[in-house]
Design a protein around this ligand. Structure first.
Ligand SMILES: Nc1ncnc2c1ncn2[C@@H]1O[C@H](COP(=O)(O)OP(=O)(O)O)[C@@H](O)[C@H]1O
Ligand SMILES: [Mg+2]
Length: 307
């Protein structure tokens, strides 16, 4: 695939189920060689969006194109170059894991290769067991192994690691990184923020059927506040008047130990204030995606939280 090509383009997407407006305004763009994190709480519309992208359901408005083709009309063509792993994996109960992997590969016109064996080993899957004996995590492994050993340009994972333990989660992250290095595109939906934070170039946040923010994590951090814990030689009186300082909490009566949050764009001026009192100890914690997420999901009481 050519560098930086638009692989997935979702514009003003709407989807209603009867009276339920599941998607109201979804916008997503994914380029080649990119990992796009699609995050939002349960019921926000992640799976519905993915089902439209996969051509499983038809949109009620807006558009979804994959490789420049219409997700609904051209789904057969699109699917030749796409691998998908759902959050809930259902498999033929009487086939073994190994048979299932080969079946899935066969269905997408792929071969069982050395890569497939490598993946089976990495995920430590016992392929001789029947699917019906597998836990949720093992069923996910079967689908992930088949997907990762499929050579296509677009990989879509819908909360694929909810049943995996941390070790397998790490294997998953390594495999996604390898896809990215190979110039592939990955759409990864999740409500596990740390997962998305580690792997994704761009993050789109969906809430109640609307994508409300898109950007790199860095570009979103101006929206959140650093947590500062400081110890100084002289009292920090006057800090409560400083602009950009919130939730100030003195830890001792002398006012030489304090904890507070600071707007990211005011850190410089606040540091100058602290330095004037001679810093003895300092710890700053940058905003995490978690903070950002909370800010959006509790936007109604956000003002109160900050003051
Ligand atoms: N087939 C359907 N019929 C009616 N409502 C649906 C259907 N599929 C999804 N929904 C509703 O659409 C909303 C979004 O669901 P979903 O896309 O599964 O969210 P997520 O994957 O983010 O958890 C939810 O309110 C859900 O109940
Ligand atoms: Mg879902």
């Amino acid at each position: 695939m050519m560098e930086n090509q638009l692989v997935l383009d979702v514009q003003g997407l709407k989807k209603s189920f009867g009276k339920v407006a599941a998607l109201k305004d979804v916008n997503l763009q994914l380029h080649s060689g990119e990992v796009l994190g699609f995050i939002g709480p349960n019921g926000a519309g992640k799976s519905t969006t993915i089902r439209v992208i996969l051509g499983l359901i038809k949109e009620s408005g807006g558009s979804a194109t994959v490789f420049g083709e219409d997700a609904w009309k051209d789904s057969v063509k699109i699917h030749k170059n796409l691998a998908y792993v759902p959050g809930d994996v259902y498999l033929w109960p009487n086939l073994t894991g190994g048979q299932t992997i080969d079946m899935l590969l066969h269905m997408s016109k792929q071969q069982h290769t050395a890569k497939t064996d490598e993946l089976i080993k990495a995920f430590k899957l016992d392929t001789s067991k029947k699917n019906r004996t597998y836990s949720k995590g093992n069923r996910q492994k079967v689908a992930l192994i088949a997907a990762f050993s499929t050579d296509v340009d677009l990989y879509i994972f819908d909360e694929p690691t909810s049943g995996l333990d941390p070790l397998n989660e790490l294997i998953f992250q390594q495999q996604v990184a390898a896809l990215k290095d190979a110039g592939k595109s990955v759409l990864l939906s999740s409500h596990i923020l740390s997962e998305v934070e580690k792997m994704c170039d761009t993050i789109s946040i969906i809430r109640e059927g609307k994508v409300i923010e898109t950007g790199s994590l860095e570009s979103m951090q101006h929206l959140t506040r650093n947590v500062v814990a400081v110890k100084t030689a002289s009292p920090l009186d006057g800090l409560d008047q400083a602009s950009g300082v919130h939730q100030l909490n003195f830890k001792n009566d002398q006012h030489t130990m304090a904890e507070f949050t600071v707007d990211s764009d005011q850190i410089g001026s606040v540091m100058t204030l602290l330095t004037a009192q001679t810093i003895v100890q300092l710890k700053t914690t940058p905003p995490t995606l978690e903070d950002l997420f909370l800010r959006y999901y509790h936007s109604d009481d956000d003002q109160k939280v900050g003051e």
